[in-house]
Design a binder for this molecule. Sequence first.
Ligand SMILES: NC(=O)C1=CN([C@@H]2O[C@H](COP(=O)(O)OP(=O)(O)OC[C@H]3O[C@@H](n4cnc5c(N)ncnc54)[C@H](OP(=O)(O)O)[C@@H]3O)[C@@H](O)[C@H]2O)C=CC1
Ligand SMILES: C[C@H]1O[C@H](OP(=O)(O)OP(=O)(O)OC[C@H]2O[C@@H](n3cnc4c(=O)[nH]c(N)nc43)[C@H](O)[C@@H]2O)[C@@H](O)[C@@H](O)C1=O
Length: 314
Amino acid sequence: MEKNAKIYIAGHRGMVGSAIYRKLEKEGYHNILTRVSSELDLRDQKAVADFFEQEKPDYVFLAAAKVGGIVANNTYRAEFLYDNLQIQNNIINSAYVNGVKKLMFLGSSCIYPKMAPQPLKEDYLLTGTLEETNEPYAIAKIAGIKMCDAYRDQFGCNYISVMPTNLYGYNDNYHPQNSHVLPALIRRFHEAKENSAADVTIWGTGSPKREFLFADDLAEACFYLMQNYDEKGLVNIGTGEDISIKDLALLVKKIVGYEGEIKFDTSKPDGTPRKLMDVTKLHSKGWKHTIELEQGIVLAYQDFLTKWQTASAN
Ligand SMILES: NC(=O)C1=CN([C@@H]2O[C@H](COP(=O)(O)OP(=O)(O)OC[C@H]3O[C@@H](n4cnc5c(N)ncnc54)[C@H](OP(=O)(O)O)[C@@H]3O)[C@@H](O)[C@H]2O)C=CC1
Ligand SMILES: C[C@H]1O[C@H](OP(=O)(O)OP(=O)(O)OC[C@H]2O[C@@H](n3cnc4c(=O)[nH]c(N)nc43)[C@H](O)[C@@H]2O)[C@@H](O)[C@@H](O)C1=O
């Protein structure tokens, strides 16, 4: 990407989009195009077509999506399917119509079958049944991969698809029900410490395993792959290491400094038992993560504290 290229980050206010924005700024890119959802609803086909026709971006990072944790995915099933299909269809087609040089589509590790062998290799896509709680979201993400591939096959578009593992970091969503596990635990342990609560309840059995990548590391990978990867199909982005939800809870508890007990609410879903990424392809392209889990949680907790204190002061 040339330093004066016009680069559109869809979803620049979100956790991932804001990390990509910081990375591009740090690298000296100054022609970054952004719109918040209240200015441009990416589900609106005409609005997106007009925006692309007017702005003619050179490159696109597609990091806008309806996103949430296991309960949000399972509750807002229609929105996770409709919004995500609309957003990605509108952007990918408008990018083609307006001659975008390269586009990156962000999927998710939930595209893989629930019971796929571990670690998850890219060629396990579409080899089995999906996890029920996030099937609508996963189907939208699989359609996004296939859109990019079909536009490459038929029209020669250089559109690439990356599949991040579970993410956390600055600007995360700390909603008590709709967030992902890591921000949810940071908030719950923090509030329990502040209120001297005797125990903290976490969802499910604690036995599922998840892999976590700090969003700024993901942004580094996205930037690297945008310069060095031009292939059809998909590439996993992760660390290649995972942890049980119970051990994750113990780690967050330690970092936050909470001293009470942990309880499990087994009426809440566990979801996929394990989704460890095979990162062989990513490493072979020349990129590896740098922020380890404990260090990342410390950074995320500091970010949470800053925003929490700012919010309580207002
Ligand atoms: N968080 C995670 O653990 C993971 C995320 N991903 C993927 O990474 C990408 C980014 O996720 P993340 O940053 O966590 O999500 P966030 O929820 O933090 O950000 C999503 C962004 O999408 C924008 N958006 C949503 N709906 C619309 C709409 N209708 N019109 C315009 N903009 C819209 C929002 O814009 P605004 O702020 O202006 O409203 C928001 O900034 C997504 O594709 C997601 O699927 C993949 C794996 C894991
Ligand atoms: C990124 C990814 O995110 C989702 O899939 P998920 O990996 O299951 O995500 P999660 O972070 O919500 O949960 C991980 C595990 O943690 C347990 N858990 C414990 N306590 C809390 C808790 O308090 N909140 C949440 N959310 N989970 C909790 C929870 O029961 C589960 O076993 C999908 O959106 C999917 O589509 C997707 O792409």
